[in-house]
Design a protein around this ligand. Sequence first.
Ligand code: ACO
Length: 387
Amino acid sequence: MGDAGRTVVDVPRIDKGLDNVYVKETSICFVDGVRGRLLYRGYDIRDLADHSSFEETAFLLLWGRLPNREELARIRADLGAARAVPPAVLASLRRMPKDAAPMDVLRTAVSLLGMHDGDRGDASPEANRRRAVRLLGSVATIVAAYHRIRSGARLVKPDPARAHADDFLRMVTGTRPGASQTRVMDVALILYADHSMNASTFAATVAASTLSDLTSTIVAAIAALKGPLHGGAIEAAFEALRFIGRPEAAEAYVLDVLGRHGKVFGFGHRVYKTYDPRALIFQRIAKELSEAAGDPDLYRVADVVQETVVRELRAKHIFPNVDFYSGLVFHYLGLPPDLATAIFAMSRTAGWAAHVIEYWEDNRILRPLDHYVGPTDALYVPLEDRS
Ligand code: ACO
């Protein structure tokens, strides 16, 4: 029954949080929240983290299969070319407030990109896959360029010959990263590339369902990702580690937050009721990087926070999620904490686009209901008669 046919006396069951609502069938991503498994197109995330590259993973998500040599070379070249963003977008980055949040800058700049999209008229799946690759390239440059601009540093031009992770680190830091740093960045991008129907993917899907354009769906997704209950948790979790400072202070911090019925950021998940496999990979990398840097304190703080939260909240199935250790990894890579969520977006654009393109194969406008509980007989009082 459409909502026009409903009356206010119906009392529906409200699915707050939409926990058990399925909005589509998918062959992109599977999250097994009980066994702690994550698959992209059937491939285990641990295998992809061990063997794949971001370019290959993006191809896998968008085209549905692993690329052959030629296809891999092509997506790598296309991504490289797309890192050269339109000059008008770069010019607008220079005009943005220097203290703006990178996610606000990214949301605005991606919106601008949409107006510089050369083949705006073509909404075929193949055109949208190409558009997605262009967005992936541009987003990396926007994140890096805004950081350079706000720091008063010279912009570093993208180098289309380099791998995406390598070029991104170079564009942010201004120096050539080592092979191991590039590999860590690549793995981080692989781990963040998709995660089924999470809040930002759902936001993108809602926008897509009205037959809006791909770039607009990514803007909607970025808006949803920003919040601290979703991608914004990386920065919140990392700032908490810095605030705690010493491993000896970590247990008391957690007990204090929980005692006030607060949330410890980087923990809990709607789907995982065990360890998030991405958190375990990020944990291992953070440990290795902290040892290599001879700077283990923050890592040790994180471990005590983790032990305490898991001990205290195991009954509620609260475990570390992907955002708990990733902020530490970005820190050890020399990246500022407030870029973390924008880096997440830079990777997740692949997944968002894949889901939107899939949804369009069998589109139906998403239009849920809300249960009206307000008055039904309000009498309009002219302004001059109101007290
Ligand atoms: N710290 C302390 N308690 C928690 C946490 C946490 N991080 N997460 C959940 N809980 C508790 C809740 O208080 C609730 O307790 P109650 O039943 O006594 O009221 C119970 O566990 C269930 O949690 P909900 O918030 O109802 O779970 P929901 O599925 O709605 O939320 C969410 C999931 C938003 C991720 C939540 O766990 C949270 O707020 N975590 C902190 C933010 C965070 O890390 N977000 C990143 C998620 S991963 C990602 O987006 C990439």
